[in-house]
Design a protein around this ligand. Structure first.
Ligand code: GLA
Length: 365
């Protein structure tokens, strides 16, 4: 093993840069961001933290407790996909160099309390945290929007996960505890307070999901095919009034387009409720979003459906749905204030009893 891998933070002195970036839960607007649509992520208190030391050579060494602890290194210019979590770091340095940014070697310590594969944008948080530290250490001229674009490009082109812009934007520009309404076409954004009459809960289903897996990419292709068949630039251009034309598409494009059109309308209704600080419309919108993701977009998972149904049946729960890329990951629920912890803890127990899966209550911690 490389000698330098054994160096510790104390032997290296204080870091040249530090950064931290939040996880997000998406309140509503799922699988719309790569259709130029509307999203409403909520940055959370869960975080990824990075400390960075510049090196005098071109070597990159990274240490992380992620995935059971790992140390890894490579030479700038020799980035090669296929090295697990290190691909997220390699993707950033490869993209920065390709775009002419001047960086040297460095060491990284990465810590995180965001579960990987939990649907809470752990990879975007990692990418934004590392890139912010690199920006500070090497004085890179990148604003928050440029950081988000570069993280997305690195994940899409290098890691091979063709993700949208929502997660890097939420990680880079969002404020924990405040919802960030984003129009992913115009990039107009609005910061919204949550009404006091509700509380957010998030449970990890114990089923790990991957955006680099086949379903996510397949849905992107189907969304593009549906837009082409309808003669529009992106499914964002399809509204609820167009559902008659949508129904005439060959399956499964009809269902995919219907999800995106109805989901965009649900985001607008949810945002209108937040602006009015009204709680009543929120739960039914979450429930409808889940049905659409399960039946029309087909990105849920049978055990996630069990967890969502259990949550929806709780008297103190206003509404619930899967959140994130899907095929596993996390479930979001809204409860009456002060009840999310008790309800969430009970849901984890009943869910384990029914499915044998160890769920985890992530929010409230
Ligand atoms: C993942 C992607 C996002 C978005 C969601 C689904 O989290 O990273 O870009 O597409 O799935 O809404």
């Amino acid at each position: 093993m490389d000698e330098a891998l054994h160096s510790t933070a104390s032997s290296r002195g204080p870091p040249d840069a530090r950064s931290e970036t939040p996880a997000r839960v998406n309140l509503i607007g799922e699988h719309t961001d790569y259709c130029a649509g509307l999203v409403l992520p909520l940055p959370l208190q869960l975080r990824t933290r990075v400390a960075l030391w510049r090196r005098p050579d071109r070597r990159v060494l990274a240490h992380t407790g992620l995935g059971g602890g790992a140390e890894s290194g490579y030479q700038l210019g020799d980035e090669e996909p296929g090295r697990g979590w290190l691909d997220y770091v390699q993707g950033l340095t490869a993209t920065l160099q390709r775009r002419g940014h001047d960086i040297g070697g460095f060491e990284l310590d990465i810590t995180s309390d965001i579960p990987a594969g939990g649907g809470l944008a752990s990879s975007a948080a990692l990418g934004v945290a590392v890139l912010r530290a690199l920006r500070e250490a090497f004085r890179l001229p990148l604003d928050g929007l440029a950081v988000a674009h570069l993280v997305q490009a690195s994940e899409t082109d290098f890691v091979g996960a063709p993700v949208g812009l929502m997660d890097p934007l939420a990680a880079s520009l969002g404020t924990p505890g405040r919802a960030l309404f984003i129009d992913t076409r115009s990039l107009a954004m609005e910061d919204l307070a949550l009404p006091p009459g509700m509380q957010v809960g998030v449970i990890h289903s114990g089923i790990s999901h991957r955006n680099a897996g086949g379903t996510y990419a397949a849905r992107r292709r189907e969304a593009d095919a549906a837009a082409r068949a309808l003669g529009v630039e992106a499914l964002r251009d399809v509204e609820e009034a167009d559902l008659g034309r949508v129904a005439a598409l060959p399956p499964p494009l009809d269902k995919r387009a219907r999800h995106v059109a109805t989901e965009n309308a649900r985001v607008l209704a949810f945002v209108a409720a937040l602006r009015a600080q009204a709680v009543a419309p929120l739960g039914p919108l979450l429930n409808a979003s889940h049905r659409s993701l399960r039946d029309d977009y087909e990105v849920s998972h049978p055990d996630v459906d069990v967890l969502v149904a259990l949550a929806q049946a709780e008297p103190d729960v206003l509404g619930a749905r899967m959140t994130g890329g899907g095929c596993g990951g996390a479930v979001l629920f809204l409860s009456v204030p002060g009840r999310a912890h008790a309800v969430g803890s009970r849901l984890v127990e009943v869910y384990q009893h029914k499915t044998g899966r160890p769920g985890t209550l992530l929010v409230p911690a």
